[in-house]
Every structure is written in C-alpha cells, then in structure tokens.
Design a protein around this ligand. Structure first.
Ligand SMILES: Nc1nc2c(c(=O)[nH]1)N[C@H]1C(S)=C(S)[C@@H](COP(=O)(O)OP(=O)(O)OC[C@H]3O[C@@H](n4cnc5c(=O)[nH]c(N)nc54)[C@H](O)[C@@H]3O)O[C@H]1N2
Ligand SMILES: Nc1nc2c(c(=O)[nH]1)N[C@H]1C(S)=C(S)[C@@H](COP(=O)(O)OP(=O)(O)OC[C@H]3O[C@@H](n4cnc5c(=O)[nH]c(N)nc54)[C@H](O)[C@@H]3O)O[C@H]1N2
Ligand code: SF4
Ligand SMILES: [Mo]
Length: 735
C-alpha cells in the first residue's frame, strides 16, 4: 500500500510541538514510559487537580512559580493519566493566560447577535440575571427556563436549576454525541457505557475501530492503552472512509462508503455465524434471539454488502476471520461521537450484537464492568418535583428510548408551537451552542424568541455574542469543583482544586451559582459557605481523608472484579434478563428488532458528503484560540481526494470555500489534497471558522463544519441528530 507510517510519526511531532512550546518534552504515542519531572525542581509547589481541556478529566499536576502556572504535567498517581497527558492538557496554561479571556461581567447594549456589551460589576450582573430569571419564573413558571451545560463545573448550575424548579437541563454530549451508543448498548446488554467508556483496550488482542479515530481523538487513557496493546502485538482493523492515523497502524483498513456501516456489520455477522466462528457457549448461556439473528443475516453475505459498502468480499471475510480469531479479547470499539446518519442506534446495536457473538461483553480485552467508589451525595435540601415534564419533545411518545434530555429538543422548544410549552430563558454553561447544535440557523431563530439568555464561559465564544448577560468563569486551574468518582477498572475519587487565584474579575462557578440562588430566594439549597464544605462531607462519608485527597489529587479504592475471568458473575438488566440479540423492546416500540440496512441519499454529481472529526492538538472550538496549540495546528484543512482535486483544478494548499445543499457558504479553508480519503466525501476538523470578534487568535481561521450542518437526520429511537448528511460543493476561493 502507498500509505506509510509517516502520518503516525507526524502526530508524534505535532504533540512534541505543543510540548516544546510549553517547555516540555513528550513521547506521546511512543511506547516508552515518560519520566515525571521531580515536582520540587519545577517551581515553588505543585498542585494536583484534574483537567478540563476535554471531558476525559485526566489527573494533572500544575507547577506553580511566583504565583504563575509554569507547566502542566500528568499526575502519575491518577489512573486516567498515569503520568502522561495529551497535547491539549499540556496546553492548559495558554487558556489560563489567554489574553482574550472574558475578564468582567458584561451586559448587552445592542440587538442580540451584535456583539456590543458594557462591562459591569458582579453585583449589577447578578442582580440583573436574578431579576430576569425571577420574571420568567413568575410569568411562565420555572420550567420555562433551561440550562445547557457541558463540563464538570456545570454541576453547581444543575443544582441551581433543581432548586429553581426546572427539569430542562441538557448537554450536547447526549443527542449530539454518545446518545445512540447508550441506547444501542442498553437495549442489548441492559446498560450503557458512560464516560470513561468501560472497555479494556489494553488487554484486547484485536481492536476494531469503526469510525472512531483514536490517535486523533486523543482520549488519553484510551490512546495509551491502544499503544500498549499494539506494542503487545494486538491487531487493528479500521473502518473509515478516511485513512486515519489509526488506519496507518492497522492490519486491515476498510475504506467504507460513508453511511453503510450497518451493511458491513451484518456481513461480518454473516461470516462469523455461517463459519461457526462465534462463541456458541456464551451465546447459549447468556443471549436470546440467536435463531432470529442467524436467519436475519443469512442473506447478508459479503457479496451482498460489496456493492453497498464498496468493500470487496474477500476483505470482508478476511477481516471477519481476524476479528473472530481473537475472541473474546476482540474489542469492537463502540465509538463516542456516533450521531452520524439518524440510524445510529441501530448501527450501535449492530456493534453490540457483534460483540455478543464474540463473547466480548464482560470479558477481559472486551467490554468490562467496573464500579465506582462509594461517594455519598451531599445531603442538601431536596428539591420539589417540577410541575411540568421536560419540554425536549413535542409528544412524550417520541424518542421512547432516550434516557437523557435532548439539547436539540430543548432548543426547538424555544420556537413557538414546537413543544408542549415554550421556553423563554436559557442559561448556557460551558457549551458553545452555535457550534455544538446542528442547524445553527435554527439556534439563532430560537435565541431571538427568548426573553433572556445568560452565558457563563471563559472565552468570548460565539454563544456569548448572542447573550444578554455574560458571566466570566475562572478556568479550572483557578477554582474548586465537586469531587468525581466514576466507574473505572481502577476506581478512584479525584479532586479539583485551584493552582492559582482567579485572574481578572472572573469567579468560580460554585460562587456564581450560590450568589444567584441567594438572590432568587433559594439560599437554603446551598447551605454551605465553601465548596470544600461539600467536598469534605462527601469524602469523609466515603471513609477517606480530605487532607490526603488534597495532597495527591486522587485516592484509589480497591480493585474489584470487572470481567468473568476475574470472577465477576454476568447479569443483564434487560426485560428478558439476557443479552437481547433480538430486541422485544424495539419491536414493541415499532422499530426493527434486528438492525437492518437502508440506503441513505448519496451526494449528487459535483457534491461531496461532509465528514468531520478531531485534531490531536485541539478540543472542538474551545481550543481554537489557544496560542500554544495554534502554533502546531493553526487552522483546519479540507481533506480532498487527489483525483477529485485534479478535476476541480484545486491544488494542495489552495484556499477553497464550501457551499452546501441549502446554499450555506463557508469561510475559506485550505485544501489538503490527499489520497487518504475516498472521492465521494470531504473531511474537516470540527470547531474552526470562528466569527466571534473577541476570539482574536481564532477568528476567521479555517472553516466551520457546524455552519454547513444545516440539515440533520433525527434518530427515531432516541432523538440523536445525525450530522453527516450534508453535501457540499467545493469552490475555489477568490484571492
Ligand atoms: N458540527 C458538529 N457539531 C458537533 C460535533 C461535531 O463534530 N460537529 N461534535 C459534537 C460533540 S461529540 C460534542 S461532545 C459537543 C460538544 O460541544 P460543546 O459542549 O459546545 O463543547 P466545546 O466546543 O468544547 O464548547 C465548550 C464551551 O465551553 C467554554 N469553556 C471551556 N472551558 C470552560 C470552563 O472551564 N468553564 C466554562 N464556563 N466554560 C468553559 C468554551 O469557551 C466553549 O465556549 O458538540 C457536538 N456538536
Ligand atoms: N483531540 C481531540 N480528541 C477528542 C475530542 C476533541 O475535540 N479533540 N473530542 C472528544 C469527544 S467529546 C468525542 S465524542 C470523541 C469523538 O471521536 P470519535 O468517536 O472517535 O469519532 P467521530 O468524531 O465521530 O468520528 C470521526 C471519524 O469517523 C469517520 N467517519 C465519518 N463517517 C463515517 C462512516 O460513515 N463510517 C465510518 N466507519 N467512519 C466514518 C471520519 O472519517 C473520522 O475519522 O473524541 C473525543 N476526543
Ligand atoms: S485527554 Fe487531554 S485534554 Fe482530555 S482531560 Fe486528558 S489531558 Fe486533558
Ligand atoms: Mo462528544
């Protein structure tokens, strides 16, 4: 094959670039252990806390000298970092010291959308926010006010909403991200995967990535485990229309036609069942519906899948055999951002069913079943049940299997006539809705319907430009938050604490939420003076020492069995108490009980499907203004197939603009002409093309995929918004 490991090496170099700029060396992606610098030599002191540059929440050490954070390294004691960070985590100092940070509270002095604000004091901003929230509560009821939240610091505002009386709390990390995966796995095994995902990459002997682009998706521990597994000789199968970084390490790369993965998964099942390569004992013991499944996939041969997927039958057979040969330590990675085509729950069901055939659920090297350390809830005043149910769907019967609130649905409920009742106010914490929700044109329309919009952010992101009041939060390096204890194979409790004082006139989220509660007459829901009161209570109730947690950033609990091999007895919280290959729940809700392939519209002549993903150095748009990360990857590029580029007379590095099927045009973006992508699609990294005036570094760099996602396909099962359904024309940008 023409592809080499060059790109793999390039990523190493990129990561090194960030680190070098921050005065560090890194051996990211290499297999050697990293040396942890002696904390004593790196400043006055070191503060252990956890990262917020993405939602993985690695344990970090903030090195402080003369009241400034000089660098960030991985906490060797923390199970999610094991002493290493991804390049994004290392670039956190450039967020802390970003000259464009929000510095004071702001009040709008012009029409919404025009970015004209006046700086005001906290007293003025909080009084006004509380007054407007109180007015909505009185006039429309508290349910008419919604919170959009993303990130660990959002917990204080979720508490505020519970006290205030609104059920409308939503994060785009469900219906715009991992929701279909949670639904697909819950239907099959009786539980979802959560975050961090309960998968055992490290011990897998074969890892299959279906779109999941680990290595560009930099979830730290998963990338470390992938490197370990590959180092031990694990095989990799990568299914992606694009030759990703992971594909460069794979035994088989399947350059699938976008949107046809269900057909491939059915053909793999066909091979594995007809050649009797599945785990018959496991299936007989734990699963239900095998005969129906076998019958269902009987005709789904590799020859059937070939014209659909574009993958040759022999390649389908060979890869299926490799996958089966490693069972049960054969991990079909479930992915995370899985809202692609609107049939995503069914695609994730296919992945779950295939995993069941391999017997990899509850097994070493497959899906493991970790538990969390006990961490009792702080016993505050119990909120009352809101008078009205969440407004995220027009009728309660829609999306019957959604188990979290749909952020897109809450946005829709702001437009008259789209929901049981209309929302009139939004609080937006740590999510840039203009880039996170599909169809930003619709989000703008919803915002114009609002009586009040308040944003709590660290940067002047697009959403702040649409807000009536902007409250500047301190970054994670300047604040306390609640403690965290996720289910993980090495269970732990982690501590977030400040390394330095808040800069400018920024305030931590806990303080903002508590001040608003006081002004809204809800102070008894926040019956503590300082977040350490909450943290101390919880940690001591868990039988742990706060002093120890503060000193090390993390306390670990006893390892409990996570797989059958370790003595765990498997049980399934499905209606039949078995793995449901055939889903009676789906059948009774009127959906396919076994996943089926149906074709999606293909791009018309002269247009290409727009695909998107991640850059190793950046988290969405939240790091586009990060000058350290920007030194390495300053803007996104449009991946364009070489032959296509030739026919369009576009050369590598040329500036192009994109126009989608609805006439939406992008900002100019540089073309990356490459053989590493199919000719029917183009690809770019999500989170560029910023238009916010205050983001001086990021503004007008690259193009925004979000802008071009004016259409989406809604998953009928759980309401996820499939975003890979937009087609674009590539136009040469005028000089
Ligand atoms: N078109 C398109 N849309 C997508 C995706 C895509 O690939 N393409 N991906 C989807 C996925 S997977 C997800 S998870 C969502 C994520 O979408 P978002 O939740 O919007 O994630 P970010 O872009 O990280 O936006 C975070 C916002 O939080 C702010 N912020 C950063 N740190 C802090 C902090 O400490 N405190 C506060 N208060 N604010 C902070 C940033 O400045 C930024 O404005 O987007 C989804 N939407
Ligand atoms: N560096 C970095 N890492 C991150 C993030 C980040 O912003 N930056 N965000 C984190 C978050 S919140 C999430 S949810 C994850 C998301 O990361 P993942 O879950 O790994 O992936 P996606 O972004 O959905 O998928 C992108 C890949 O899918 C491929 N693809 C597109 N269409 C198809 C198709 O039809 N079939 C197949 N088989 N492949 C297809 C694309 O070419 C691309 O390689 O990343 C996490 N990690
Ligand atoms: S994966 Fe990277 S950005 Fe995310 S929490 Fe870990 S170090 Fe921070
Ligand atoms: Mo996500």
């Amino acid at each position: 094959m023409a592809f080499t490991r060059r790109d793999f090496i390039r990523i190493g170099a990129m990561a090194g670039g960030v680190a070098a700029a921050s005065g560090l060396t890194t051996d990211w992606w290499s297999l050697q252990a990293r040396t942890i610098p002696d904390p004593k030599t790196d400043g006055d002191h070191v503060v252990p806390t956890f990262c917020e540059l993405c939602f993985w929440k690695c344990g970090v050490l903030a090195h402080v000298k003369n009241g400034r954070v000089t660098k960030i390294t991985g906490n060797p004691a923390h199970p999610l970092s094991k002493g290493r960070l991804c390049p994004r985590g290392e670039a956190a100092t450039a967020l802390l010291y970003d000259p464009d940070r929000l510095k004071t509270p702001l009040i709008r002095r012009a029409k919404r959308g025009q970015q004209v604000f006046e700086a005001v004091t906290w007293a003025v901003a909080l009084d006004e926010t509380a007054k407007r929230m109180d007015a909505i509560r009185t006039k429309y009821g508290p349910e008419a006010f919604a919170l959009f939240t993303h990130g660990w610091g959002g917990s204080w505002f979720t508490r505020l909403m519970q006290a205030y009386g609104s059920p409308n709390v939503a994060a785009p990390s469900y219906a715009q991200c991992r929701g279909p995966r949670e639904a697909g796995f819950t239907l099959t095994f009786g539980q979802g995967l959560g975050s961090p995902e309960s998968i055992d990459i490290e011990n897998a002997r074969c890892i299959t990535l279906i779109g999941s682009h680990l290595g560009e998706n930099m979830h730290n521990t998963q990338v470390q485990e992938l490197a370990t597994a590959i180092g031990r000789g694990a095989e990799l199968v990568v299914v992606d229309p694009r030759f990703s970084i992971a594909a460069s390490k794979a035994k088989y790369w399947l350059p699938i036609r976008p949107g046809t993965d269900i057909a491939l998964l059915l053909a793999w099942m066909n091979v594995i069942i007809t050649e009797k390569r599945y785990d018959a004992d496991y299936v007989a013991k734990y699963a239900e519906g095998f005969d129906q499944l076998a019958k269902h996939v009987e005709s789904k041969t590799p020859e059937w899948a070939y014209p659909i997927t574009g993958i040759e039958p022999q390649l389908i057979r060979d890869s299926a055999r490799l996958i089966a040969s490693a069972r049960p330590a054969s991990l079909i990675h479930p992915g995370r951002h899985v809202t692609w085509y609107g049939d995503d729950t069914q695609r994730l069901r296919s992945i779950a069913i295939l995993s069941a055939l391999l017997g990899s659920w509850g097994r070493r090297g497959g899906y493991i079943l970790p538990s969390a350390m006990e961490l009792p809830k702080y016993p505050g005043r119990k909120p009352q049940q809101p008078a009205r149910a969440v407004a995220d769907r027009r009728e309660p019967s829609l999306y019957p299997l959604a188990d979290e609130t749909l952020a897109s649905g809450v946005c829709d409920a702001t437009i008259p006539g789209k929901a049981p009742y209309q929302l009139k106010g939004w609080m937006v914490y740590g999510t840039n809705l203009m880039q996170a929700l599909p169809a930003p044109q619709q989000t703008e329309k919803a915002i114009q319907e609002l009586d009040f919009l308040v944003a709590i952010d660290v940067l002047p992101a697009e959403i702040t430009g649409w807000s009536d009041i902007v409250l500047p939060e301190s970054t994670y390096l300047e604040r306390y938050d609640d403690v965290w204890a996720p289910a993980y194979k090495e269970p732990f409790i982690a501590m977030r604490q400040p390394a330095v004082e808040p800069m400018y006139d920024s305030k931590p989220g806990w303080w903002i939420a508590r001040e608003l509660a006081a002004r809204l007459g809800l102070h008894d829901y926040f019956d503590w003076q300082h977040p350490l009161d909450v943290v101390r209570w919880r940690v001591e109730a868990a039988g742990q020492s706060l002093a120890k947690l503060r000193a090390t950033g993390v306390v670990q609990g006893a390892r409990v069995p996570v797989s059958e091999e370790e003595g765990l007895a498997l049980s399934f919280d499905t209606p039949s108490k078995k793995i449901e290959l055939f889903s009676s729940t789906l059948a009774s809700a009127g959906f396919d009980p076994l996943p089926d392939y149906s074709p999606h519209p293909q791009p018309p002549d002269g247009m290409f499907r727009l695909l998107m993903g991640r850059a190793p150095t950046h988290t969405f748009g939240r790091m586009a203004n990060n000058r350290l990360a920007g030194a390495v990857y300053p803007e996104n590029e449009l991946w364009l197939n070489t032959l296509v580029a030739k026919s369009l007379d576009v050369k590598n590095g040329d500036r192009v603009t994109l126009e989608n099927q609805d006439g939406v045009k992008s900002l100019p973006v540089r073309a990356k002409v490459t053989e590493r992508i199919r000719g029917d699609c183009v690809y770019m990294v999500h989170g560029w093309g910023h238009t916010a005036n205050g983001m001086k570094f990021a503004r007008h760099r690259g193009a925004s995929d979000s802008e071009l996602v004016s259409r989406y396909a809604t998953d009928p099962v759980m309401g996820g918004t499939g975003m890979n359904v937009n087609f674009v024309r590539v136009l040469k940008a005028e000089a």
